[in-house]
Design a protein around this ligand. Sequence first.
Ligand SMILES: NC(=O)C1=CN([C@@H]2O[C@H](COP(=O)(O)OP(=O)(O)OC[C@H]3O[C@@H](n4cnc5c(N)ncnc54)[C@H](OP(=O)(O)O)[C@@H]3O)[C@@H](O)[C@H]2O)C=CC1
Ligand SMILES: O=C1CO[C@H](CO)[C@@H](O)[C@@H]1O
Length: 443
Amino acid sequence: MTSTSDTTRRDFLKTSVAAASAFAAPAFVRGQNLNSQLQFAGIGTDGKGYSDIKLIASHDKVKCVAFCDVDLSRTEKVKPLAPEAPIYQDYKKMLDELGDKIDAVSVSTPDHTHAIISIDAMQRGKHVYCQKPLTRTVWEARQMRQQAKKAGVITRMGNQIHSHSAYRTGVKAIQDGVIGKVTAIHSWVGTTGHGRSGLLEPPVKNEAVPKSLDWNLWISVAPMRPYGGNRVYHPFTWRDWQDFGSGAIGDFGCHLLDPVYTALKITGDPISVRSEHTGMNDEVWPAQETIQYVVPGTQYTASRSLPITWYDGGRRPSNGIAKLLPGQSLPNSGSVFVGQKGNMILPHVGQPFVNIEGVKIEPVESLDHYHGWVDGCLSGKQPSDGFEYGGHLTEAVQLGNVAAYFPGETLEFDGKAVKITNNSAANKYLTRDYRTGFEIAST
Ligand SMILES: NC(=O)C1=CN([C@@H]2O[C@H](COP(=O)(O)OP(=O)(O)OC[C@H]3O[C@@H](n4cnc5c(N)ncnc54)[C@H](OP(=O)(O)O)[C@@H]3O)[C@@H](O)[C@H]2O)C=CC1
Ligand SMILES: O=C1CO[C@H](CO)[C@@H](O)[C@@H]1O
């Protein structure tokens, strides 16, 4: 028997699919459960996962139907958000068991697990909000773009500052031509590529895995290694380690380069990338690094190509580049947009200013990044910064990490073929070897 609410849900689905040309997927794939409510499951429930889930759940049309975390001791905070929602340790089991009861998921787990979880969820027709960087490798980012397109689901990358007034104001100022056409970009972050765990190599002594944690699931696609101990790899310190995290450029590149990519409408693949750093081994990322990209020019750039320089670990552009006015200073993290009429300095989560006497930039309002994604899921309207956009940005970020293995060498990239054309040894770093049972099939 068909209930009234079932009919309403199907009617809603038909209307929203018809109304949204961006909805490419067949109706059976797209949220059978979508009516005026989004049935949502949060994967990764502590750290950033908790705030992602809380802010998504604060939308009045969201119902939390399940939570998942490989460490059950880290699920306490989300429980009050939906005390009746089941808690899983394995996202696959959750998706298998709950099936159509889930319309959408957030993926707020360490970087190495973003792709395997998000791609699986998209293949099952779920909308996905995934943390930055979208993936751990270039190849995975390309798969995310392709799978999102194929599934026709609504996606967004979790770089919430994209919707913040500071970045939106910077984007508008560039597109309004306040500094003229852009000739170069310099972006930097104060953080370092390693140092969070205090280790450069895996520890010799290992502690027992806590009972609440499924270490096999935490390791996921990466080669198995012992647990180590609290904060050797998890929580949080996985960022240092090449198997799991993506160093300083991976941690902050998708934040800082986001207003650059958005303002300049960069949609092409990087042409070349070159890294220079203080040294690295096979385990952790460099402490200090400078990465030089060349990307295709756009309507907002002065030339057919644009140099972007990335600095981290305390490095930043020189005063000669920034050309600040008296009283101005560079923030700890941010970007200098060098333009034909002057420079715009865009602090990370701070309002932009220019080095042109008498020119002030009016702030534009913030939007709700989380609710924007939920609204997109309900209406069928894809936000402009879905996985196509986030995938491009992540490919650039992770190319920087490929270049780190060949310091001082300019690597030329063929984006169409996803290939480094002038150094065959570099190609293996565009992807990874997947652990048996955790493979990602090509889309
Ligand atoms: N946009 C932003 O401003 C921010 C984004 N981030 C991003 O959020 C993500 C998470 O970072 P952070 O919260 O610091 O990391 P943490 O290590 O603190 O937490 C990640 C959470 O995911 C859980 N988890 C790990 N693997 C899985 C899995 N396979 N399935 C389900 N749950 C899993 C972890 O459990 P366990 O305790 O076992 O590790 C933990 O609860 C990263 O991609 C990071 O880059 C982080 C901070 C801010
Ligand atoms: O914005 C952020 C704050 O710091 C975290 C830890 O380095 C980052 O991962 C995150 O993206």
